[in-house]
Ligand binder design. Structure first.
Ligand SMILES: NC(=O)C1=CN([C@@H]2O[C@H](COP(=O)(O)OP(=O)(O)OC[C@H]3O[C@@H](n4cnc5c(N)ncnc54)[C@H](OP(=O)(O)O)[C@@H]3O)[C@@H](O)[C@H]2O)C=CC1
Ligand SMILES: O=C1O[C@H](COP(=O)(O)O)[C@@H](O)[C@H](O)[C@H]1O
Length: 516
């Protein structure tokens, strides 16, 4: 087993990367750019090759043109000079096949073997499924039946979220995949785990004497996790209307960030030690035991028409491929508890939504206030200390403390200590998909979700979805471009707290404005 370490300098072993869904959106926006960035940074071994797979016919020239366009538009490195570019795309081939066609996989096997011979790769094969999850089982069977797994090296399966629609469908999917691949060969992507600042939570917590000793219910009042997006559902209305915010973001990204904040220190940085600690957090989530508990602790909302920066935006029900009577939530917020010794009584507030005013992912840790007796009778009041982890798209750490106002002997002011990582190295650098592709090729599963994590997260989310299905969760509305339903504030008010402004929300918050 590989111990997690900073692997920036490590080159992946030689391998063939198969991108199933090579003509799709994910491949174009994320995967090809990630491969090119790894190449440019010397993190890909010389003996690598990529085979794009999808149904559409593509000549080799057309496929290489697709890749060029993808790099031009989405990669943080510009496509190199012709010689360098040609040396890169020479590693790419395309195969048109339907994933149910086993004969096509037999042809793919021949193509693979000749590519492996050409680049002298050691026979390692990484199958990345950028496909709808309903196809995962069929691809696995076809890979096996087409002889694609009879390689000289290792075989790894990388799969995208959503992993199922609920626990039952996820279990079914998992059983199919497990007929072909062992758990340790399966890499389930949650791209938030590939983000720099999510990985940094571990170091911030376990590497700093002034956080870990305070990291418990004696000193922390509450934790707030916000994942705001300014975009609507774009071209994904069909998928999203079936999924909704709870399944699209809650079951995975939000709960994964929560586990990183709440987990116990692992004994070592081995993948299984870290994933063991994360799954314990998920198992400790207090399950909602009645529909009433769901309606008291979870708010769901859907955006209606609104105005954003002078632009008129459609409501969710007017979006392309969305049912005009849809009750799907585009926003949800919840008050959850981790019922273990460390976190007993500390509320975790989580919220996410489309068409909010700011694109930002932030984690705010609010510390308990100091006893104020020293300052009794004074006109000022101490503010709670905050630790803010800015995850996305701006990355950084912000700490709010109280300090004396210079020149005054009677005034205290809150002070921000602000580390803006993005100001130094740019936004989202490296991209999550670069890190995760690299890790999968390295055989490091730390930042991929293990089956028990996925299953436990579904059990928690299914209870909320079931209550909503019974119409016990009122569907609030909010105009596009606003901060979601008003009811969200009440989740915190009942505990005497409020949402802290996130980056760019108001004039007092530090503005690292980013548009998307
Ligand atoms: N796009 C994104 O930003 C994100 C996507 N995801 C997930 O990644 C997966 C892919 O998403 P996305 O790229 O957006 O989807 P697209 O619909 O854009 O692409 C789907 C791909 O699958 C191929 N395909 C479909 N059916 C078959 C088949 N029977 N045999 C072979 N190939 C097939 C299509 O190619 P062709 O039509 O040529 O066969 C196409 O290349 C989904 O599960 C999605 O939820 C997850 C996170 C973000
Ligand atoms: O997984 C998903 O994530 C994106 C948001 O990702 P980010 O890295 O841009 O913050 C979201 O838009 C999409 O709906 C969801 O499927």
């Amino acid at each position: 087993m590989v111990e997690k370490q900073m692997q920036d300098e490590v080159q992946t072993p030689g391998a063939v990367f198969f991108i199933f869904g090579a003509t799709g959106d994910l491949a174009r926006r994320k995967l090809f750019p990630a491969i090119y960035s790894l190449y440019r940074e010397g993190k890909l071994a010389e003996d690598f090759a990529v085979i794009g797979v999808a149904r559409r016919p593509r000549s080799p020239e057309e496929f290489r043109e697709d890749i060029y366009e993808s790099i031009k538009e989405f990669c943080r490195y510009p496509a190199g000079e012709p010689d360098e570019w040609n040396a890169f795309v020479e590693h790419f081939e395309y195969k048109s096949l339907d994933i149910n066609n086993v004969d096509g996989f037999k042809e793919l096997r021949e193509q693979t073997e000749s590519l492996e011979a050409k680049f002298n790769t050691p026979g390692n094969r990484l199958f990345y499924l950028a496909l709808a999850p309903e196809l995962f089982g069929s691809v696995s069977y076809s890979l096996r039946d087409g002889g694609m797994l009879e390689s000289r090296g290792w075989n790894r399966l990388v799969i995208e979220k959503p992993f199922g629609y609920d626990l039952q469908s996820a279990e079914h999917l998992n059983e199919q995949i497990r007929e072909v691949f062992r758990e340790e060969e399966i890499y389930r992507i949650d791209h938030y785990l590939g983000k720099e600042m999510v990985q940094n939570i571990e170091v911030i917590r376990f590497g700093n004497a002034f956080f870990e000793p305070l990291w418990n219910n004696k000193h922390i009042a509450n934790v707030q996790i916000t994942l705001g997006e300014t975009v609507g559902v774009e071209e994904r209305g069909g998928y999203y209307d079936h999924s909704g915010a709870l399944r699209d973001m809650g079951q995975n990204h939000m709960l994964q960030m929560l586990t990183m904040i709440a987990m116990e220190p692992p004994s070592r940085l081995f993948p299984e030690d870290i994933r063991d600690e994360k799954v314990k957090v998920l198992r400790s989530l207090r399950a909602f035991t009645s529909d009433e508990e769901v309606s008291t602790n979870v708010v769901r909302g859907q955006y209606t028409e609104g105005e954003y920066r002078g632009k008129q935006l459609p409501g969710y029900r007017q979006e392309d491929k969305v049912d005009p009577e849809s009750n799907t939530e585009t926003y949800f917020a919840a008050r959850v508890f981790v019922d273990n010794f460390r976190w007993a009584g500390v509320p975790f507030y989580i919220r996410t939504g489309k068409r909010l005013p700011v694109k930002t992912t932030e984690i705010v840790v609010e510390f308990k206030s100091m006893p104020s007796n020293v300052y009794l009778g004074k006109k000022y009041k101490l503010e709670p200390n905050l630790l803010v982890i800015r995850v996305n798209p701006m990355e950084g750490i912000y700490i709010k403390i109280n300090a004396k106002k210079p020149g005054s002997d009677s005034e205290i002011q809150p002070l921000a200590m602000d580390f803006c990582q993005s100001c130094m190295i740019g936004i989202n650098s490296p991209e999550a998909y670069e890190r995760l592709l690299h890790d999968a090729a390295e055989g490091d599963s730390t930042y991929f979700t293990r089956w028990d994590e996925v299953a436990t997260a579904w059990s928690f989310v299914d209870r909320i979805a079931a209550a909503w299905a019974e119409n016990h969760g009122e569907l609030h509305t909010y105009p596009a471009g606003t901060w979601g339903p008003e009811a969200t504030g009440k989740l915190l008010e009942q505990d005497g707290f409020h949402w802290w402004p996130v980056n760019g929300q108001d004039e007092d918050s530090v503005v690292w404005q980013v548009n998307n």
